[in-house]
Ligand binder design. Structure first.
Ligand code: AMP
Ligand code: MG
Length: 411
């Protein structure tokens, strides 16, 4: 925590960059306790392994054929060709899922299908296409099979005792398949972060209600719930809070008790924002207040006990962009991992003016390698649904020209 405080000192003197803000909240998250759980592998997609997994057995557990054909003693086939085949006596067939039940002596062979066990004594396979059945139970082998040809030996894939997957690995379909293959049906993974969501503002009503007067439906609540779920976090809506310091204090206090991350939206107008930051200072500690970011200037963060608190702008599009840029990396850290953004290189379809002093998150519509800027008029929601990603324009950029190469961060 000492380090974060050091950064805070500087941060309060100048407005913080997005990069520094990400670092601060992620460092606080890393220094905190991240709990782990034992989960069935069917529930592990996207989760991060908290402990190394070692193989307790060989994979495969027996010597297997990689082709349909005949198991042979390889030296019996040396020198064989279509013109001068080796004649071997067929002594049996190995059924899929069964042990061979017999072994191969010199001069004999056995039919084995792909994935079937080689009988003891066999050390190579000859593909069906390279062999011919002759009358009298003889097989003419028309190629020379080197030892080990078309065979996956016991332990070739994974050896018993070997480290299979290291702690920190993100479990995806391929890893989960490997765990299943070796009989590991549960894994110790980092727990999903629990996120509590609070919407602040006197004007907000439930989306199911009909607004009267200057009321508006609370869209951030549902949007942030969905965004957290998309980020693999466990999210809960904790309610709407009026712009009133006592109510805010109580809601933040109880919210912080039940989650790892408390997300607030709204309260960016001068008075209300200060109230939220004051509450945070009273309940815990303010980490930063204000970002050199467009949109996202009013964002703040702090901690109450071990719970991290992030305040997002009220404007829905701004709230979403700051969520994507700042909160997703934080959620990834709270999940025991790191954010890996999906990006695409594209060509800017139209010029973008300069943005002195603040980094800008510019939503774009990416299509056929072209990135078309989507204007975010303050407070409008629908433009964001036309965008499928955004570009980060560094502060003090002289604007971007039409045709400039850009990296689009995909939603
Ligand atoms: P604020 O940050 O509270 O000043 O809010 C900025 C703008 O965003 C205002 O027009 C608010 O009405 C709007 N806003 C704040 N919270 C929400 C919300 N939960 N859902 C939709 N709009 C909101
Ligand atoms: Mg408000």
């Amino acid at each position: 925590m000492k380090k974060a405080k050091g950064i805070l000192k500087n941060a309060m003197l100048q407005v913080l960059s997005l990069g520094d803000a990400i670092q601060i909240v992620c460092r606080v998250a890393k220094n905190g306790h991240i709990s782990t759980v034992c989960e069935k592998i069917s529930a592990c997609s996207g989760r991060i392994l908290a402990k190394d997994v070692c193989a307790a057995e060989d994979l495969p557990a027996f010597d297997r054929s990689a082709v349909d054909g005949f198991a042979v003693v390889s030296r019996d086939t040396f020198g064989a060709s279509a013109a001068q085949p080796s004649l071997l006596r067929l002594v049996g067939e190995v059924k899929m899922g069964e042990r061979a039940g017999f072994s191969l002596a010199d001069g004999t062979c056995a039919a084995v299908w792909t994935g079937g066990e080689l009988p003891p004594g066999a050390d190579a396979m000859v593909m069906l296409e390279q062999a011919e059945r002759l009358p009298g139970g003889l097989i003419a082998v028309e190629e020379s099979a080197a030892p080990g040809r078309h065979v996956v030996f016991r332990g070739d894939d994974v050896k018993s005792g070997e480290a299979l997957l290291a702690a920190g690995t993100r479990l995806a379909a391929r890893e989960i398949g490997l765990l299943a293959a070796i009989g590991v049906t549960e894994a110790e993974v980092f727990a999903r972060p629990r996120v509590g969501i609070l919407s602040t503002g006197d004007e907000l009503i439930d989306p199911a209600q009909t607004p009267v007067g200057g009321q508006i439906r609370d869209s951030n609540g549902e949007m942030l719930l969905a965004a957290c779920r998309e980020a693999d976090a466990e999210s809960h809506f904790l309610g709407r809070v009026p712009d009133e310091e006592d109510a805010l204090y109580r809601a933040m206090k109880t919210g912080a008790e039940v989650c790892d991350l408390l997300l607030l939206s709204g309260g960016s107008s001068a008075g209300a924002k200060d109230a939220a930051c004051r509450c945070l200072g009273n309940l815990g500690e303010l980490l930063f207040h204000g970002l050199a970011l467009k949109p996202g200037k009013p964002a703040f963060a702090g901690k109450i006990g071990s719970t991290i608190v992030v305040g997002l702008p009220g404007h829905p599009a701004a709230a979403y962009l700051v969520f994507h840029a700042l909160v997703r990396p934080l959620l990834a850290t709270l999940s025991g991992g790191e954010i890996v953004e999906r990006t695409a290189r594209a060509t800017l379809l139209s010029a973008v003016p300069s943005n002195e002093g603040r980094e800008e998150l510019l939503p774009v519509r990416l299509r056929d390698g072209m990135a078309e800027p989507v204007a975010l008029k303050s407070g409008l929601l629908s433009p964001l649904t036309r965008a499928n990603g955004y570009i980060r324009i560094p502060r003090d950029t002289e604007g971007l020209q039409k045709g400039a190469p850009v990296d689009v961060i995909l939603f």
